[in-house]
Design a protein around this ligand. Structure first.
Ligand code: 13P
Length: 327
């Protein structure tokens, strides 16, 4: 098996999932504001250190997605860089390589960061990264998303994925349809189908090796402001149906984003989906759903670090169980 295939399989190994700890500095600062903590390079280092050194993290977490700043920071007791430290625990280090969003037409967005990407990927690989992440964002609203926006995002995702594989990094391909808005669960199903379809068309067009990627999709939920909220079973059924109709069986695994839904829902949805006999390993690549409770427990105070680690591990364990329908 090639290195890419081996890494992709390891990322979605049964009973494990991915920790998305790649919040950009502005996003991390927003999260820290929520707990009344100043966001500095040092406080961000301490927070990420708390997560990555939690006892038995390697039992539940296969890989961690890092932001560039964290990628270069150090684990506080060993002095190893975080990629070195994670590797020493048998956890794959990953790196977020997109550079955020830019306008597409008057009310849509595409993701930027292709300029100079190959060079950056080579450097990250040399420093220990084994996979990368790129997030495309699709909004449901009045007459959007347009086909043009969906296709443009898919094309950019495919170019990114191609460059990653050339650099021996497994690309996490993330076409995220946002859960914000008043749309129905069926609208989410339709838009997600369009986005997945376009994404795989472009991946094939760009000769991306499908066995060497991990797909990171949204679950099919009712928009957060929709008056009817689909229940756990409906979300699971619709998400499985949408994936079955639009995702090739060759890909080794699917690792969902949580998208701001309540943590417990994200876990229960994953557990329910794993009761289906699907073609792929279905697991998590959660940011908020893994971190929210730990972040609150920490609240920026050194005396809370241990408690925060316990809370984080509890979440990691619950999602690990959910990834094998074990809840
Ligand atoms: P959430 O699980 O908080 O949506 O974050 C996952 C992620 O990496 C989004 O790009």
């Amino acid at each position: 098996m090639s290195e890419l295939h081996a890494v992709a399989h390891k990322m979605v190994e049964k009973g494990k999932g991915i920790l998305a700890a790649d919040e950009s500095t502005p996003t991390c600062t927003k999260r820290f504001e929520g707990i009344g903590t100043e966001s500095t390079a040092e406080s961000r280092n301490i927070y990420r250190n708390m997560l990555f050194t939690a006892e038995k993290i390697e039992k539940y977490i296969s890989g961690v997605i890092l932001f560039d700043e964290t990628f270069h920071q150090k684990e506080l007791s060993t002095g190893l860089t975080f990629p070195e430290y994670l590797t020493s625990k048998g956890i794959l280090p990953g790196i977020k390589v997109d550079q955020g969003l830019e306008d597409f037409g008057s009310n849509e967005k595409v993701t930027k960061g292709l300029d100079g990407l190959s060079e950056r990927l080579g450097k990250y690989y040399a420093m220990g990264a084994r996979f990368a992440k790129w997030r495309a964002v699709i909004t449901i609203g009045n007459n959007i998303p347009s086909d043009d926006c969906i296709i443009k995002n898919a094309e950019i995702l495919a170019k990114y994925a191609q460059k990653c594989q050339q650099a021996n990094l497994v690309p996490i391909v993330e076409p995220e349809v946002l859960m914000d808005g008043a749309h129905t669960v069926d609208e989410s199903f339709d838009v997600t189908s369009r986005a997945l379809n376009a994404t795989f068309d472009q991946l094939v067009e760009h000769n991306v090796n499908l066995q060497g990627i991990v797909l990171k999709p949204n679950m099919i939920l009712s928009g957060y402001e929709c008056s009817y909220q689909a229940n756990i079973e409906e979300v699971a059924e619709k998400t499985i149906n949408c994936l079955s109709a639009n995702v090739p069986i060759e890909i080794p695994g699917i690792a969902f984003l949580s998208g701001g839904q309540p943590d417990e829902h994200a876990t229960l949805h994953l557990n329910e989906m794993n009761k289906y006999d699907s073609d792929w390993n279905l697991t998590f690549s959660f940011g908020r759903a893994l971190q929210q409770t730990a972040l609150k427990a920490w609240s920026g105070k050194p005396e809370n670090l241990k408690l925060a680690q316990e809370v984080f591990i509890e979440k990691a364990k619950a999602n690990s169980l959910a990834s094998v329908a074990g809840l």
